[in-house]
Each structure stands twice: as C-alpha cells, then as structure tokens.
Design a protein around this ligand. Structure first.
Ligand code: 9WN
Length: 464
C-alpha cells in the first residue's frame, strides 16, 4: 500500500443525467481520495481502508473504471483472515502519525491471532458484507461492454468467488453458532452504525474495566465534538476491544465470555441481499451445485430469522441482545431490514413502506428533505447532529433505494433517488446530514457518499 494520494485520473463518462453537476464532482471526490489501488473513506478523518466503505466505493467506481473497482476489492480481500473474515479496517502504513485511533498497534491482531494475515495489518472486527453486491455490479457494468471487458471481469469473478464464499460461510457459521440465520456482532463498530441507540441497552450491560489511555484523533476532523460518539461511548468501544484482544480474537472464546453479543438485523439483511448477489456470481463462474444450494439455504434461513425479529407494534425488525436475552425495541432505519432482505409477502412490504413514509421517518414534519433519519426523531436516543443517532446518511438512502427497486417499487425508488441527489447537489458529499436543517456534518468529501451518487446516476430515473 505504498502510494501517493491523487495519482488516479478516472475517465469521465457522460452520466445519463446530471443534476447540478453531481457526476463530475462525485468522480472528483473519489479521484482525490484514491491511493491507486484503494480509496480512503474520507480525506483526513479515515486514512485507512474500511471494509464496507470499499464495497460501496467499488459500486461507484464500477461505472468510472471497472478495473480500478476490481483493484479496490482485491486490495481489501488481500487482508482476509484464514477464517474467512474480511476485517473492518486494513491499516495504511503511510497514514500520517496520530491520524486515527485505534491504530494497528492497538489492535495487534497479527501477533494475537494465527488467523490474521501476515501481509497486511488489520483490525480484528468485520463490517456488513456489501462486497458481493459490488462484485455483481462490476460484472453487470463490464458485460455490457466489449468481450475484452467482459472476460477481464469474468476472470476477476473466478478469482474472487471463493473468497466471497468463505466470507459468507464465516458469517453463517462462526457468527451464527445457533443456526438462527442472524449474524452476531461483537462490537458496535461491526454494525457500521456505531453509536446508534440500537446498542444503548446492550452497552449498558457492559461493565467497563481498566482501559489503557487513548487519544481521540477523530475529534480534530469535525467542527463540533457532538458530531462524533461521546467519551462514554468510546470508553465502551475501547474496553470491548481490550476484551477481544484478551480472547485473541478467537470466535469460540469470544462467544463464551464477551459481554456484547447482539444479533444485528441490518447486517443480517445485507447478508441476504449479498447472498443473492453471490448466487448470480456463482452462476457466472459455474460454482459447484452444493455451494449454490448452501447459499440458497442461508438466504431462506436468514429470512426466517428476520421474521422472528419482527416487531408488530413498530412495523420494524429489531435487533436481539444475546447476552441480555431481550430484543432492542428502537426505531431506526435498521428496522427496514426485511425490505433490504427482500422476498416479502405483499402485506409485510406494505407495512414497511408505510413506516418508511410515516411521521417516524421520511414523513416527519419539519425535515429538510423527505429522507429517513438514521434514528427516528421520536426516539429518546435521537440526536439530530450525532452520527448514527439521527442524521441522514446517503449510504443508508442508497440501500433503501436499491431495495425498493428490487421490491419492484420503481416510483418510490425514483422519488427517493431524486431527493437524495438533490440533497447532495445542495449539501455536497458530506458523511451525513442534519435532517431538519440539511447541514452537512462529519467529514466533507466522504468517498462512499460520492460512490452511491454515481451508482444512482448511472441507474437513470427508472433504475434501468
Ligand atoms: C469506526 C469509515 C467508517 C464507516 C462506519 C462509520 C465510521 C468508524 C469511526 O466510519 O466508523 O469503524 O471511526 O467512527 O460508522 O460505518 O465504515 O467511513
């Protein structure tokens, strides 16, 4: 990963339509954050490679430069653990000192676990598995071009499929020893929605011990500390990390003693969608029938598991705190997990769409844009400026938009797409937005924000 910033120039392709010049601006964000074979999630706040960011980035890059999208994922998968786990961060040895914490030394994963890769330094956690969805997009964009492009993409799929399969198998086994169809996370960072009130009750049950001192480099990169998780939350994050280290990142040991084990419905739903993408990939690479049958079983089992987390009163799915043996009844966008997992009966789909449009989410009076806040404004844990406690996140909008298309809800998807692009045309490629004022928050020039805009633009008005 020895590269200098800003070396890439992506061929600018004419976008199907281009509200207020979003396309060249989005391509510019990815170009500036690019380090040749991978992309920083943000210019300063996140100087390493993050797992689900890279998957979203590859989705956007697929439309600009298919081979660069391939390299993004190849670089990420080079850090895969022998268990199949794709780590949530791959550390950039050339990142400026004191730019992000916890750093590679704090994780110390290669010294602690025989399963960690030797060639790259990584964290010991994982993040939602958007990767197969990105790989499928690389294939879809390449096969529409000439045979040379298609063959190169096919070769990538052949090489990448076994890695994707091992990743999904790890999630279906090590992360679901109960066979429930639902993925267990060990840390809020694994959810990708770090300080969401989804985790408040489970974190309350964690008794924080002696945490070695740590810096908050992240706070240098935002205008106001309230945009980032609080010190209390960070103490818990760092304590959980210490416990995972004591367990040497060993799955069975973690499962036995770790105080934070939660069945994450959003993670599980993304895995269903990713398994559908994996089936498409399996078809292209002519994977063995047994593997395809297993993927189908994972999909069915997970849809069943999500059904078991359905909360009739909320019209949402809710996470399950394994340690506390109770559901986390909180209204957040993660509750749209059934919509994201797909394959819904018409009645269930109607309920989810009704909740999405309702005053709890996109229909909340006073919103700047009719886009769902990450946490419903009527939740006690809601905070309009604090990270996943309320702001609108463009990646979440992308997930919902894409799920609406898959559910055959083209008109609704078109409206959401138009609104999301308008938000970015006005507010830029912020990490997230204050839902009532529309103020851009967190980092500017966030890569995945630019990437999802490119994917939405490429799809055209009808998601074609
Ligand atoms: C911790 C990089 C990542 C995203 C996560 C987002 C945030 C990190 C942090 O940034 O998490 O992993 O420092 O807050 O919550 O979804 O992948 O953009």
């Amino acid at each position: 990963m020895k590269e200098r910033q800003g070396q890439r120039s992506y061929p600018e392709r004419e976008a199907p339509e281009n509200p207020s010049g979003v396309h060249p601006l989005a391509a510019g964000v990815l170009r500036r954050n690019s380090l040749e074979s991978w992309t920083k999630p943000a210019p300063n706040l996140y100087p390493h490679q993050w797992s689900w960011d890279s998957a979203f980035i590859a989705l956007g890059l697929a439309h600009l430069d298919n081979q660069r999208a391939v390299r993004e994922l190849e670089t990420l998968f080079a850090g895969q653990w022998s268990t199949g786990k794709v780590p949530h961060v791959i550390f950039n040895p050339d990142a400026p000192p004191k730019s992000y914490f916890p750093d590679a030394e704090r994780w110390n994963s290669s010294a602690l676990s025989e399963h960690a890769p030797r060639s790259a330094r990584t964290s010991g956690l994982c993040q939602p598995p958007v990767h197969a969805i990105a790989v499928a997009r690389i294939w879809e964009t390449a096969r529409g071009k000439d045979e040379r492009h298609a063959e190169r993409a096919r070769a990538f799929l052949r090489g990448n499929y076994p890695r994707l399969f091992a990743w999904h198998r790890y999630l279906a086994t090590a992360r679901d020893p109960e066979g429930s169809g639902l993925v267990t996370i060990y840390h809020p960072w694994e959810s990708g929605t770090d300080n969401s009130p989804r985790w408040d009750a489970a974190l309350e049950g964690v008794e924080v011990g002696e945490v070695p001192p740590y810096p908050r480099h992240d706070l240098q990169h935002v205008r106001d500390p309230s945009e980032r998780p609080s010190i209390r939350e960070y103490d818990r994050y760092l304590w959980l990390l210490e416990l995972l280290k004591r367990a040497r990142y060993d799955e069975a040991t973690v499962y036995e003693a770790h105080p934070f084990l939660v069945k994450d419905v959003l993670f599980s739903a993304i895995l269903v969608a990713a398994n559908e993408a994996l089936l498409e990939i399996a078809e292209v690479v002519e994977a063995p029938d047994e593997e395809r049958a297993l993927i189908v079983r994972w999909i069915e089992r997970a849809r069943g598991g999500l059904e078991g987390c359905w909360d009739e009163g909320l019209g949402l799915c809710v996470d399950y705190d394994v340690r506390g043996a109770r559901p986390a009844r909180v209204r957040t966008v993660a509750g749209l997990a059934p919509l994201i997992a797909g394959g819904l009966a018409p009645e269930r789909l109607r309920t989810q769409l009704g909740v999405l449009d309702s005053h709890h989410f996109a229909g909340c009076p006073g919103l700047k844009w009719p886009l769902p806040p990450s946490t419903s404004p009527d939740e006690v844990g809601f905070h309009p400026r604090s990270y996943w406690r309320g702001p609108t996140w463009p990646v979440a909008n992308w997930l919902i938009w894409w799920s609406l298309l898959r559910a055959g809800e083209e008109d609704r998807a078109a409206r959401l797409r138009r609104t999301s692009l308008d938000q970015l045309a006005e507010g830029g490629f912020a990490e997230y937005f204050e839902p009532f004022t529309g103020e851009p928050l967190g980092s500017d020039d966030q890569s995945w924000t630019a990437a999802v805009a490119l994917d939405m633009l490429a799809a055209g008005e009808n998601g074609a």
